[in-house]
Design a protein around this ligand. Structure first.
Ligand SMILES: [Mg+2]
Length: 402
C-alpha cells in the first residue's frame, strides 16, 4: 500500500464510525507488520500547535503514526509544566492519546541531575533555585523530578523585599505561591545565610528584573550564600578574573530559543532572550568577553547535543517497550526531526551525532517561525506542514514494507 492510500483509508477510519470492522483488520495487519527502522521527533509550537490551537493535519499525522506502530516523540523547547500535565493538554487539544514517555521538554534532562552521576554530584538534597514559569509551577515540576529543597526568586523577594524593591508592585502575585525560605538571609553574618547550590532557569522568567538580580547576586557571591560577595571577583591572578571561582552555584539554562511563534503575528522573545540579557548584564559588570571573562553555564534544549541524546534514549526505551528486545530487533536507523525553527530544530538535527548509530534527517515546515526564504540552517527537506512532512518521510522510508 502506498502512503497516499494509507492516508486516504486512515482518514476514513478516523472520521467514519461505520468503518469499525476495517479498523480491527488494520490493527491485525499492524501487529504483523515489520518493525520500522525509523521514527519521528516533532517540535510542538509551530508544528503541531500554534497559540495552543491544532495546526491542520497535525492530529491526523500523529494518529496515523500511532495506528501504524511508528514510534515518535515530541521534542520541544517549551516547558513550565510537568511532562504528565503537558502531555495531557496536548492529547486533549489534538484528540490523540499520548503518555509522558512521548514528550521531552526543554527541562526534562534536569531530572537526571537529581541523582547526578554519583553521590557527590547529586542535587537531591541540596538547595536549588528554580526560576521561570507561572507562579511556582516550575518548583513543583522540579519537586516531581525529585529535588527536595527548591527555592524560587519569589520566595527570596517575599523574605526580603529590599533585594529588589521594584518588584514589590507585584507582591500580590508572589504571595500566592511564595514559601518561607529553608534558612534566612543573614546580612550580618553571610556564613549563616541561605546557601544555594545550583541555579536552574526552567522556563521563561515572568519577572526578568527580579530573576536577573537574584541570579547576579548568587553568581557574585561566596559559596552561593545570599548576602555575600566573593573577594575573588575581579582578581586578575585567578582564572576568569576570579569570577565564578569561589564555589558559586552552577547556572543551568533550558530552552535557548531567542524567538518563538505565539499568537502575535511576529515572533516573540523566548527564554534565550532572557539569557542574552543576563549575559549582557554579566559582561557589563565583569568586563565580559572583551577582558576574557565568560559566564560559565550549561545550556540544554534544542539545538544542543545532550537534549537530542536524552530524546533518543527515551525513543529507544519506547521502542523496546513496544516491540521487545530480540535478536531480530532492527536498530533505529533514521529519525525525522520535524520543526519550524531553523536555529533550534534544524540546526540541532543537522549537528547531532548519535551515539546509538541513527542518522537524523531535518524537515522544516512553514507553519511557525520559518516564513520562507533562505533559512539560517539549511534543512534536508522543506515541507509546507507536518502532514506533508510525514507523508514525505513515509515515502522516503518506503513504508509500509509489507
Ligand atoms: Mg517551534
Amino acid at each position: 500500500m502506498r502512503p497516499q492510500t494509507i492516508w486516504r483509508s486512515f482518514s476514513l477510519l478516523r472520521h467514519t464510525a461505520r468503518y469499525t470492522p476495517v479498523i480491527s483488520r488494520a490493527i491485525q495487519t499492524a501487529s504483523s507488520r515489520p518493525i520500522p527502522n525509523f521514527a519521528f521527533a516533532f517540535d510542538i509550537d509551530g508544528v503541531l500547535l500554534r497559540a495552543s490551537k491544532p495546526i491542520p493535519g497535525a492530529a491526523d499525522s500523529l494518529a496515523l503514526l500511532k495506528e501504524q506502530g511508528i514510534p515518535f516523540i515530541l521534542l520541544t523547547n517549551g516547558g513550565g509544566k510537568h511532562e504528565t500535565e503537558r502531555v495531557a493538554e496536548i492529547s486533549e487539544k489534538l484528540q490523540v492519546p499520548l503518555d509522558p514517555t512521548h514528550i521531552v521538554q526543554s527541562h526534562s534532562p534536569f531530572a537526571e541531575l537529581v541523582k547526578g552521576t554519583d553521590e557527590a554530584s547529586s542535587l537531591e538534597h541540596k538547595c536549588v533555585l528554580v526560576a521561570g514559569g507561572d507562579g511556582d509551577n516550575c518548583r513543583r515540576v522540579a519537586e516531581q523530578y525529585g529535588f527536595r529543597n527548591v527555592v524560587t526568586p519569589g520566595d527570596i523577594l517575599m523574605a526580603n523585599s529590599a533585594i529588589w524593591p521594584f518588584s514589590k508592585n507585584f507582591s500580590d502575585y508572589y504571595k500566592t505561591f511564595a514559601r518561607p525560605l529553608p534558612k534566612p538571609i543573614d546580612l550580618n553574618d553571610p556564613l549563616k545565610s541561605l546557601k544555594i547550590d545550583a541555579i536552574f532557569v526552567f522556563n521563561d522568567p515572568r519577572d526578568w528584573a527580579l530573576d536577573t538580580q537574584v541570579i547576579m547576586d548568587l553568581l557574585l557571591s561566596s559559596q552561593g550564600r545570599m548576602g555575600s560577595l566573593s573577594e575573588k571577583n575581579g582578581r586578575i591572578d585567578l582564572p576568569n578574573h576570579g569570577y565564578q571561582q569561589d564555589g558559586q552555584p552552577h547556572l543551568y539554562f533550558s530552552n535557548p530559543d531567542l524567538w518563538w511563534a505565539a499568537a502575535y503575528p511576529l515572533p516573540r522573545l523566548g527564554q534565550g532572550g532572557f539569557r542574552e540579557a543576563l549575559e549582557g548584564v554579566w559582561a557589563a559588570t565583569t568586563g565580559g568577553p572583551s577582558k576574557g571573562i565568560e559566564l560559565k553555564k550549561t545550556v540544554i534544549g534544542k539545538p544542543y547535543q545532550p537534549t537530542y541524546e536524552f530524546a533518543e534514549r527515551q525513543m529507544l526505551r519506547n521502542r523496546m517497550k513496544t516491540f521487545g528486545d530480540s535478536a531480530d530487533f532492527p536498530p533505529l536507523q533514521r529519525v525525522y526531526m520535524v520543526g519550524d525553527n531553523p536555529e533550534s530544530d534544524i540546526r540541532g538535527a543537522n549537528s547531532y551525532r548519535s551515539a546509538f548509530g541513527s542518522s537524523w534527517h531535518s524537515i522544516l515546515v512553514r507553519t511557525g517561525v520559518y516564513r520562507g526564504g533562505e533559512p539560517a540552517w539549511t534543512p534536508q527537506t522543506i515541507a509546507d506542514n507536518v502532514h506533508k512532512a510525514v507523508q514525505w518521510a513515509l515515502e522516503s522510508s518506503k513504508w509500509p514494507a509489507a
